[in-house]
Design a protein around this ligand. Structure first.
Ligand code: ZN
Length: 197
């Protein structure tokens, strides 16, 4: 049976609640223990979730090492190396879904940070119709280093040209910064980028 049509405001409110729920889920995935799929990144832990048109979770992933890679090597966390070793959450969630043979047609993606140029290309190629990002994550853009800004700017163009809608979601509260991961243990001064507290 077809559900009764929502009024415009009701539909908007319900959709916002839905968006917020999935962004919270994406943040939760990023902050899981590393052994359970949480992000091992020492400073930027990102979560992404794919949700099907019926509102069911297809896959969820963090920015992490590909399965099988040795994440205990401290040199892989060094500045300049991290981005070579750790894949973006958006890539991981797409691959996880495809590896499991899930249908991703019409799926919406939720991610806690705005996608980089590489991810934006993949999202466009796979014809993901919409990607939702917290407003705060988009505001963060102005504080980024030039090379990251360039990547995000290119990503925005790629999303636009491939017809992916980029939606910023206002959250009732800022998503909490996930705690720093515990493993691998790193020695002081090894340049792993752990923030001083
Ligand atoms: Zn990316």
């Amino acid at each position: 049976m077809t559900p009764p049509p929502f009024s415009k405001t009701q539909r908007g409110a319900d959709l916002l609640t839905e968006h917020r729920k999935w962004l919270a889920r994406a943040a939760e995935v990023a902050s899981l223990p590393v052994s359970q799929g949480g992000s091992p990144h020492p400073t930027v832990r990102v979560g992404a979730v794919l949700v099907d048109p019926a509102g069911k979770e297809i896959a969820a992933a963090s920015n992490r090492f590909a399965i099988g890679l040795d994440r205990r090597r401290p040199e892989r966390y060094k500045s300049g190396s991290k981005s070579l070793w750790i894949n973006c959450a958006e890539q991981m969630v797409l691959m996880q879904a495809l590896r499991a043979g899930k249908k991703i047609e019409g799926a919406r993606m939720y991610t806690t940070l705005e996608p980089c140029a590489t991810c934006a290309g993949m999202i466009g190629e796979l014809k993901i119709p919409e990607i939702c990002v917290p407003v705060d994550a988009m505001r963060r853009y102005s504080k980024l280093k030039a090379k990251y800004k360039g990547s995000i700017e290119t990503g925005r163009i790629k999303l636009m040209e491939t017809g992916v809608r980029l939606t910023s979601i206002d959250l009732p509260t800022r998503l909490p910064d996930p705690p720093a991961p515990r493993s691998p243990r790193t020695r002081k001064g090894d340049g792993c980028g752990e923030k001083k507290r």
